[in-house]
Write a protein that binds this ligand. Structure first.
Ligand code: NAP
Ligand code: HSE
Length: 457
């Protein structure tokens, strides 16, 4: 043995061996891109600009053969080969030379319909579409399995951060106990700008839209549904059970105010929109909501458009995956890696071997059965006996209080901020119902869960 590898990739004709190290195959894998918006453009650019290393690493030449768009006359700010754009999806679905369809349209339909049609025609599919995977993953995996093709979706969760591959592959030896993530770049950007600059909600949302981070309908970002789709996907993979969007408790950031952010700071917390998935003895817990995190928690330092996913495995322990959760090139980086894997598998004639990982059926815990600490901000009557009246309601519902602060008072009203010990959600909700009916409580201004105290390092 002289230490040199002279093993050619199976079924490939080698074009060149440079000093016995590089293998470039003549085999071409054709790709049909559905969509040339933010992510599609990034995929096209990476495949063009890094085509040489991509070819070497994948062992095949990857070529974009057709690109579907709505408007072929639109100026896209990049140079596109003549004849590449089409407005007819059948130019891709019915082309027997296209091996991989890359769905980057967004939304459920026609994205789902086209992805299913591609798999049915024995083409591998790569997508960054969490809406489709979180709602129709089961049907797509069944089609991929039936036709022996790959369905890859790394770009669908946390943009450029590798998390699906590591959960399925590098951490496959672990029982995953928890996955807690900041998985929406738009809202993390917004909360960071609101916290650091004191800017209003509407202004920072417009900035996130201009930067290409937000969904076509940004309600999906700020109301938490984008995070919910992503945590459903991660929970399904982490716990090997199908979790869909409908299983996830969802609350967005639309009720978060500058006052809450300021109180959080005073109490030693940072407000983040979290996707939380935990495996417990009586089922999996999957929820999305704003949360107060201790400032020393690893996720509390994740700012701007950055996303991070904190994973707890029984063998590997605590891990954190960090990077850009949205944007043209970071997301395209994940999509192109999936295209390379699918192309390699096709060239080696082994597509479809990594199928769906949901081989168990675990119950999803109702939200009322979960337990956490809570921050509660109330506007109350400013007179003697009010605190005792409020404390009585909490005590009566078995909600134990950890701290109470009375802050500002204006006229006859005062603001009270309470933080509870860990209590069942059901007890907290019962208390809030009772408080609403108390004449001394003018308004329940906000309730935010406190998370991460057990995981903080
Ligand atoms: P986008 O900028 O809105 O681009 C969508 C593209 O699809 C456009 O080129 C549009 O054509 C085309 N298109 C949409 N509907 C079509 C239809 N019915 N027929 C033909 N073409 C159609 O979207 P994006 O931001 O790139 O997002 C694409 C996917 O990636 C989504 O699933 C999104 O959730 C996901 N994703 C995005 C990001 C991000 O940072 N943007 C990150 C991770 C995942 P025209 O250009 O002609 O209008
Ligand atoms: N709108 C999404 C976000 C894009 O802000 O995270 C990435 O999925």
């Amino acid at each position: 043995m002289d230490g040199k590898r002279d093993v050619k990739p199976l079924g490939l004709e080698s074009l060149a061996y440079g000093k016995g190290e590089k293998v470039m195959s003549s085999k071409v894998i054709n790709v049909g891109l559905l969509g040339l918006g933010t992510v599609g453009r990034g995929v096209y650019r990476i495949l063009k600009e890094n085509g040489d290393v991509i070819g070497q690493r994948a062992g095949v030449v990857i070529r974009v053969k057709k690109v579907l768009v709505r408007d072929i006359a639109k100026n896209r700010g990049i140079e596109i080969e003549e004849g590449l754009l089409t407005g007819d999806v059948n130019d891709i679905l019915n082309d027997p030379d296209i091996d991989i369809v890359v769905e980057l349209l967004g939304g459920i339909n026609p994205a789902f319909e086209y992805a299913l049609a591609a798999l049915t025609r024995a083409k591998s599919v790569v997508t960054a579409n969490k809406d489709v995977i979180a709602v129709h993953g089961r049907e797509l995996f069944a089609a991929a399995d039936k036709h022996g093709r790959d369905l890859f979706f790394e770009g669908s969760v946390a943009g450029g951060i590798p998390i699906i591959g590591p959960l399925k592959d590098s951490l496959a030896a672990n029982r995953i106990r928890q996955v807690i993530g900041i998985v929406n770049g738009t809202t993390n950007y917004m909360l960071t700008r609101m916290s650091k600059e004191g800017l209003p909600f509407d202004e920072v949302l417009k900035e996130a839209q201009a930067l290409g981070y937000a969904e076509a309908d940004p309600a999906a970002d700020v109301e938490g549904f984008d995070s919910a789709r992503k945590i459903a996907i991660l929970a399904s993979i982490a716990f090997n059970t199908r979790v869909t969007l409908g299983d996830v408790y969802v609350e967005g950031i639309t009720r978060i105010t500058a006052e809450d952010i300021a109180y959080a700071g005073e109490l030693g917390f940072t407000v983040k929109l979290l996707g939380i998935a935990k495996e417990t003895a009586d089922g999996v817990e999957v929820r999305v909501h704003p949360a107060m995190l201790p400032k020393n928690h690893p996720l509390a330092a994740v700012n701007d458009v950055y996303n991070a996913i904190f994973v707890l495995g029984d063998a590997a322990g605590e891990l954190m995956f960090y990077g850009r959760g949205a944007g043209e090139l970071p997301t395209a980086s994940a999509v192109v890696a999936d295209i390379m894997n699918a192309a390699r598998n096709l060239s080696l004639n082994v597509p479809g071997i990594i199928g769906c990982t949901c081989f168990e059926e675990k119950p999803v815990k109702p939200m009322g059965a979960t337990s956490t600490r809570y921050y509660i901000r109330l506007r109350v009557s400013d007179r003697p006996g009010v605190l005792a009246g409020i404390a009585y309601v909490f005590g009566d519902n078995e909600v134990s209080l950890a701290s109470v602060i009375q802050k500002h008072s204006a006229g006859k009203a005062a603001e009270i901020v309470l933080v509870t010990h860990e209590v069942p959600e059901k007890n907290l909700q019962n208390s809030l119902k009772k408080l609403q009916d108390l004449p001394i409580v003018y308004q329940i201004s906000n309730v935010i869960r406190v998370e991460g105290e057990n995981e903080s390092s």
